[in-house]
Write a protein that binds this ligand. Structure first.
Ligand code: CP
Length: 294
């Protein structure tokens, strides 16, 4: 939240050339990967990024750790911080990453805290738009479809997009999973959009309006007791082909049924590119953080 657009652009430009740069300051450095929730992309892309930079990685395994003997979260964090130079932490509880960073001296990257934030996903998402549209991404219109209440990737991406007031944001939520009212107010205030035009209805979507359609899965694991919802959208080629020719479809993945696999071959499909850009952005971020620390 405290990054300026200039700082974000610097990170993107560094990522553009990340394989041409030398990273001697990373050698002998150790990244500690700490995942209290399942992950494929975030954990492995951070590991891949650190190794491509020439550094090393320790992967904490919660199920075989001394947490099983009753060790506290705080003591676990302190212990791990003594074994590395940078921690990547995912935790099911919002705020727990901030707590960890207040306890330990090594930098902590939030790899997702419950339904809270997922800032490096947001950076790679915006980087994907920048790679496709160039600097014009700053004027594009984005439609978010999905579990807007619980999607930490959308929470963080909204914060980034708010730094670009010329971008427009629209929202189509799965039933009962709308964001809080203040999210609509903030979009209206910052982006100058009339509040009643931000919400999009399934029955009346005009797919030609959007440059980016960003879809998320139903976050079943985050539904409260007694709460239920359903995914009532599926992106298909028939829908994709109603979009603008140069519009893109994004998804943080993993997906369930909200994008049909046939769309994978559509030229608007960018969710696999997102994963590749995730490595480049995380390399750029690690290099930046560890250069500050030296
Ligand atoms: N996008 C994302 O965070 O994926 P993983 O849960 O696989 O890390």
């Amino acid at each position: 939240q405290d990054w300026s657009p200039q700082k974000i652009e610097n990170l993107f430009q560094k990522a553009d050339n990340i394989y041409q740069q030398t990273h001697s300051h990373i050698q002998n450095k150790i990244l500690i990967n700490v995942f209290f929730e399942p992950s494929t992309r975030t954990s492995l892309s951070f590991e891949c990024a650190m190794k491509r930079l020439g550094g090393q990685v320790i992967n904490f395994q919660k199920d075989t750790s001394s947490l099983k003997k009753g060790e506290s979260f705080e003591d676990t964090m302190t212990t791990l911080s003594l074994y590395g130079d940078l921690m990547v932490l995912r935790h099911p509880q919002p705020g727990q990453v901030v707590l960890a960073s207040s306890i330990i001296d090594v930098p902590v990257i939030n790899a997702g805290d419950g339904s809270g934030e997922h800032p490096t996903q947001a950076l790679l998402d915006l980087y994907t738009m920048y790679k496709h549209f160039g600097r014009d991404f700053q004027t594009k219109t984005v439609l978010f479809i999905g579990d807007l209440k619980n999607s930490r990737t959308i929470h963080s991406l909204l914060l980034l997009i708010h730094k670009y007031p010329q971008m427009s944001i629209h929202i189509l939520s799965y039933p009962g999973l709308e964001p809080e009212e203040d999210v609509f107010q903030k979009i209206s205030n910052i982006h100058g959009q009339k509040k009643d035009t931000i919400r999009i209805k399934f029955e009346s979507i005009n797919y030609q309006l959007f440059d980016v359609i960003y879809i998320t899965r139903l976050q079943q694991e985050r539904l409260q007791t007694g709460e239920s919802s359903l995914c009532n959208f599926m992106m298909t080629n028939k829908i994709a082909d109603k979009m603008k020719e140069d519009a893109i479809i994004m998804h943080p993945l993993p997906r369930n049924e909200e994008i049909h696999p046939e769309v994978d071959q559509n030229h608007r499909c960018h969710y696999f590119k997102q994963m590749k850009y995730g490595v480049d952005i995380r390399m750029s971020l690690i290099s930046e953080i560890l250069s500050k620390k030296n």
